[in-house]
Design a protein around this ligand. Structure first.
Ligand SMILES: [Zn+2]
Length: 389
C-alpha cells in the first residue's frame, strides 16, 4: 500500500507526511469519517512509510520492511478488528490477508459475516473484548519493536469497544511504551470514549467524490464505464460500498424488489405486498438497511426526474424507464415525505424494532404519501393498516 494507491484524501496524506518529514509523529491517531472512504488505506500507507528502511523515499515499496507491511507480514505492524466470539482464526487471517491486497474491500464481520458467500446474513455481534485488549494487545505492545522503527497497531471500528474494554485500552494509551503508535479508526467518533479520543491526534476523512469512485472502479477493477458510473452514484461517497455493490448482484437485483414494494403499496395489492415484505424481511437487518438506502436513492431519482425533467443527475441510470413510468403514473406523490419515511424506517431497523412491522407500517405510510397527502397528515391509526400484521 503506497500513498499513490490511496484514493484522494489529500489532506490526511499531507498532514501525516508532514509529521514524518518533521519527525513529529504522534503516538496515537484517530481517523474518523464515513465507512469506505480510505481510512484503512491511509493507515497502512502511513505504517509503511514509518517502517520503510529507505530514508530517501518513504515508502519506497521495495525494501524488506515495505514488502512485509504490504503483505501484512511485518512483525511490528498489527491490524485489529472486532470479531464475534466464535470466529475461526483461519477466517480472521484470510480477512487480514485480503486487506493487505486491497484495503478498500469489505471484510468486517457485520457487513460480511462470510467471506465466501456475500449473501450470508448474521446478527452476531463483533466486539473487542477486554481479554483481547489486556492479553493480545497489551502483550504485543509491551515489547520493543522487533525489526521496525515503531511498534504500530491499527484498530478499526473502535466504537465496538464496550466500556470495560475501552477502559483497559485507555490504560495502554495513557502509558505508551517507547516507539509505540496507535491508529484508531471509526465512523462513529461519538461512540468512542472522550477520554480516548482526546488523547489522539484527530484526522477527519470526507466522503469520496463520485468521480473518484468511478475512476477507481474502471482503473482498478476493470469495470465497464456505464456500470462504474451507476455504482459510483449509488455508493454515497464510499468506495467500499461501491465494491460491495459490484460484488453483489443480489443487492442490485433487490432494486426490483423495491419497485414492487412501492407499486403494491400504491395499488394496495395486499397479497403481493405481503410476499414482497416477506422477501425483504428475509434479508436480515444489515442487508435490509442497504436495500432501504437504495430505496432512498431511487425515490430521490423520482424527485430529480420530476424537477429537472431529464436524467443528468440520476443515480439509478439503468432504471431510467421505470422511474419515468412511475413519475407519470403517480404525479401527486409527496416525494420528500417518502424520503423521510424511509429514513425513519432505516433508523427503526437499526434499533431492533421488529422488521416486519416496520415494513408494513412503511408501506401504509408510503401509500398515503404517494396519494399526495401532506406529511403532517400521515399519521396512520392502526385500524387503518390494510396489510394483516
Ligand atoms: Zn521501503
Amino acid at each position: 500500500m503506497i500513498w499513490s494507491e490511496v484514493i484522494n484524501q489529500s489532506r490526511a496524506k499531507e498532514v501525516l507526511n508532514r509529521g514524518i518529514s518533521q519527525d513529529r509523529v504522534a503516538h496515537a491517531y484517530l481517523f474518523y469519517g464515513p465507512d469506505g472512504v480510505g481510512k484503512r488505506a491511509v493507515a497502512l500507507a502511513f505504517a509503511q512509510s514509518l517502517q520503510c528502511l529507505n530514508e530517501e523515499t518513504r515508502p519506497c515499496n521495495e525494501c524488506n520492511a515495505c514488502r512485509k507491511v504490504s503483505r501484512m507480514l511485518h512483525p511490528d505492524v498489527h491490524l485489529l478488528f472486532p470479531y464475534p466470539n466464535d470466529a475461526d482464526p483461519a477466517d480472521i487471517g484470510m480477512r487480514i490477508k485480503r486487506l493487505g491486497e486491497n484495503p478498500y474491500v469489505p471484510v468486517d464481520y457485520v457487513r460480511r459475516p462470510s467471506l465466501t458467500d456475500s449473501t450470508k446474513v448474521s446478527n452476531k455481534q463483533a466486539i473487542y473484548t477486554v481479554a483481547r485488549i489486556n492479553e493480545d494487545l497489551r502483550r504485543a505492545m509491551s515489547f520493543k519493536p522487533v525489526e521496525g522503527r515503531y511498534k504500530i497497531t491499527i484498530l478499526t471500528d473502535v466504537e465496538a469497544m464496550r466500556q470495560e474494554a475501552a477502559n483497559a485500552f485507555l490504560k495502554l494509551l495513557e502509558e505508551p511504551g517507547p516507539a509505540t503508535l496507535f491508529v484508531l479508526i471509526t465512523s462513529r467518533p461519538d461512540k468512542v470514549l472522550p477520554t480516548i479520543t482526546s488523547r489522539c491526534q484527530q484526522l477527519r476523512f470526507d466522503p469520496l467524490s463520485n468521480q473518484d469512485i468511478e475512476e477507481a472502479l474502471v482503473q482498478r477493477m476493470g469495470l465497464e464505464a456505464n456500470k462504474a458510473s451507476t455504482l459510483s452514484r449509488m455508493a454515497n461517497g464510499s468506495y467500499t460500498r461501491a465494491l460491495d455493490l459490484a460484488d453483489n448482484e443480489e443487492l442490485l437485483e433487490s432494486r426490483q424488489l423495491i419497485l414492487e414494494y412501492l407499486r403494491f403499496s400504491y395499488t394496495q395489492n395486499t397479497d403481493k405486498l405481503s410476499d414482497v415484505i416477506e422477501q425483504l424481511n428475509a434479508l436480515g437487518r444489515e442487508r435490509l438497511k442497504g436495500v432501504l438506502l437504495l430505496m432512498i436513492s431511487w425515490i430521490r431519482d423520482l424527485m430529480l426526474f420530476r424537477t429537472v425533467g431529464d436524467d443528468t443527475l440520476m443515480i439509478n441510470l439503468d432504471q431510467k424507464e421505470s422511474i419515468e413510468r412511475f413519475c407519470n403514473n403517480v404525479p401527486d406523490a409527496n416525494i420528500e415525505a417518502m424520503v423521510h419515511m424511509v429514513e425513519e424506517s432505516i433508523e427503526l431497523v437499526g434499533r431492533n424494532v421488529q422488521v416486519y412491522l416496520v415494513l408494513v407500517t412503511l408501506a401504509n405510510k408510503l401509500y398515503f404519501a404517494m396519494k399526495g397527502y401532506p406529511e403532517d397528515r400521515l399519521y396512520i391509526p392502526l385500524h387503518e393498516v390494510t396489510v394483516p400484521v
